[in-house]
Design a protein around this ligand. Sequence first.
Ligand code: PLP
Length: 376
Amino acid sequence: MQFRDLQKQYQVLKTDIDAAMQQVAESAAYVGGPQVAAIQEELADYVGVKHVITCGSGTDALELSMMALGLEKNDAVFVPDFTFFASGETVPRAGAVPIFVDVEEDTFNMDPVKLEEMVVRIKEEGKYNPKIVIVVDLYGLPANMAAIRQVCNKYGLYLVEDAAQGFGGTMDGQRACSFGDIAATSFFPTKPLGCYGDGGAVFTNNDEWASLFRSLQVHGKGKDKYDNVRIGFNSRLDTIQAAILQIKLKAFKDYELADVNKAAGYYDALLKDIVATPVIPAGYGSSWAQYTIRLANEEQRDGLQAFLKEKGIPSMIYYTKPMHKQTAFDTSMYDDGDFTVTEKLCKTVLSLPIHPYLTEAEAQEVAAAIKEYLGK
Ligand SMILES: *Cc1c(COP(=O)(O)O)cnc(C)c1O
């Protein structure tokens, strides 16, 4: 069994993907070919935002977001404590300070109440200036955007949506990548919409930021590539990746998003009385970057993972370490008890195989093994 079966997906889409890759090879327009502009338009149309600028990775998309918002030395950027390292990594690179915020136990996403508490605390301490909230759509589920937006409005903060795992998620019919003032996504192969290497995109309705992104990603270009008006870097989505994404986005819209929800539904039905299954609040939709269950404690979680491995069932732990415990960050400003939920989740979460091509029989095999291990 595969954790995320990209080989099966390729077999299904092979004819179209092979033709698209060959077309790019023959055209020799390897950078900036017409497929890049085309996928940007298709993504903008699907998500419902004005501008999409593709770039080299999800991390670059976050980096572009931080650069465009012009961070200064003592600016504070609020980031969930329970996420992938890259969500916070771009903040010190942009010269500012990441401040971590605990998450909700049932949705795994940033807790709006704890966000406000942390913003107030940082303002009161007076050392750092609150400037941006980076909210993450973890495992494919949009965070509580309405409540987080309210906090941003109250304290004059920008909202950046890290939708690296969130592409395809919804809240009241609105799609992920449209909730932030700027959103960033990743096309890393195992994300909900993945290419065949690294790739990413930024999304915004703001014309000024959009032209800034287009400049920053090509060495701070002015009227052309050899007129450089600011310090940027080099971050583009290759034409071949754009061509692959056009085919994969079509499959995603036509059936993959529906099918991955079907796969999650098999697990829900089989596991809901056995373990804590993922909670999707009313009005929300997930794109299931991960299907993550919670066990009673670390011993049970680690034991189950080893048991599944013996049976040839892959599983993953996202994430074993809270952000505030990463050596790379300054972790001196927190109190015991600031991150009780994240600390518990790091000990109890386990992500099961999930993808649009997972069969009901495979879900049954996974569920049977979990039941056997737990003696249920
Ligand atoms: C994968 C991921 C990123 C980084 O994306 P890359 O394309 O790998 O650079 C950032 N944030 C989150 C939450 C991710 O899962």
